[in-house]
Ligand binder design. Structure first.
Ligand code: KDG
Length: 313
């Protein structure tokens, strides 16, 4: 039995050398991203067994991803190599100190994933399914495949963790995104992961209480608030965890890292408050590097950091 199955799209990320706009001359530095890949590498570095269900192109980027996952202990036996489509890309651009992501992913290998790629006994081997609003938003066929996966895991009594990761560029409208994401959650998610910005962009209110009453079947909600820490609902208990003070280089992938830290600790039997502190430390360490992976921590790094650091209160 393996700990996690992650479903979604890997993306190669290109960062300008400074915090400059992509309208300026390069150069760009290549990194590896995509929320499903970030999460899978995150939990693997924290000591868990994990498989990715995704597709890459038969191009140098696809090959690079396979090498990356293999060297990071992520099982790739369910990664399809699509000879007709490319691996997706994004470029980072900084405008007035804030990053934005410019995507080149339409028609990518991952977006062609469909229900045909989902074996009916897939949940037999895994404890937890992790997927996101990006996994569902990249195409209609990927959306049906993700919903099918959720049904299979639910029928088997497995846990489902779902990160909203609302990316407006993937949806026709906020209304469409809100409808599809709400339907996915209401059908039975155990762990819901969302940021405060996503909550207000989707028109779902501003407080954790509003989320718990909107999605009253969800056992755990992680409301991530960047430097303000996170508010958490876990089995009837509401609490907050402050962020750790670190020198932030880049926040892309911090949310995936928080999810990985929380679920890793929970799977190891930690109570929710302890898991939240572990998650905050995991995310803080990720923010000290450029791109999601440069400083995404191993378990040892998180434990060392927790012994020696200061949290905002
Ligand atoms: O959560 C981090 C992701 O935003 C980044 O890795 C790129 O997957 C990505 C996306 O679709 O935004």
């Amino acid at each position: 039995m393996r700990d996690f199955l992650c479903f979604g799209e890997p993306l190669v990320g290109f960062y300008p050398s400074q915090t400059t706009s992509a309208t300026d001359d390069g150069p760009f530095t290549q990194t590896w991203g995509g929320d499903a890949s970030n999460f899978a590498i995150g939990v693997s570095r924290l000591g868990h067994s994990v498989s990715l269900l995704t597709a890459v192109g038969n191009d140098p980027f696809g090959k690079g991803f396979l090498r990356l996952w293999n060297t990071n202990g992520v099982d790739t036996s369910m990664v399809h190599i699509d000879p007709r489509r490319n691996t997706g890309l994004y470029f980072v651009s900084f405008e007035n100190g804030r990053h934005s992501l410019i995507y080149y992913r339409k028609g990518s290998a991952s977006s062609a994933i469909s229900e045909k790629d989902i074996a009916s006994d897939i949940a037999d081997e895994f404890n937890v399914l992790h997927l996101s609003g990006i996994s569902l938003g990249i195409s209609a066929s990927a959306c049906r495949a993700g919903m099918r996966l959720m049904d299979i895991f639910r029928e088997k009594g497995r846990k489902i963790a779902f990160d909203i990761n609302f990316r407006p560029a993937l949806w026709k409208s906020v209304r469409q995104a809100s409808c599809v994401l709400s339907r996915a959650i209401a059908a039975g998610v155990d762990y819901l992961e969302i940021t405060d910005d996503e909550m207000s962009a989707l028109g779902w209110g501003t407080s954790l209480e509003e989320l718990t009453s909107r999605f009253n079947s969800v056992n755990t909600i992680l409301l991530k608030k960047g430097p303000a820490g996170a508010s958490i609902y876990a089995y009837g208990d509401y609490f907050s965890v402050p962020a750790f003070k670190v020198k932030v280089k880049d926040t892309v992938g911090a949310g995936d890292s928080f999810d990985a830290g929380y679920l890793s600790a929970i799977l190891e039997g930690a109570p929710p408050r302890e898991a939240a502190r572990f998650a905050a430390a995991t995310a803080a360490l990720t923010c000290t590097g450029t791109g999601p992976l440069e400083r995404m921590p191993y378990k040892y790094d998180v434990l060392l950091f927790l012994r020696s650091s200061v949290q905002y209160s």
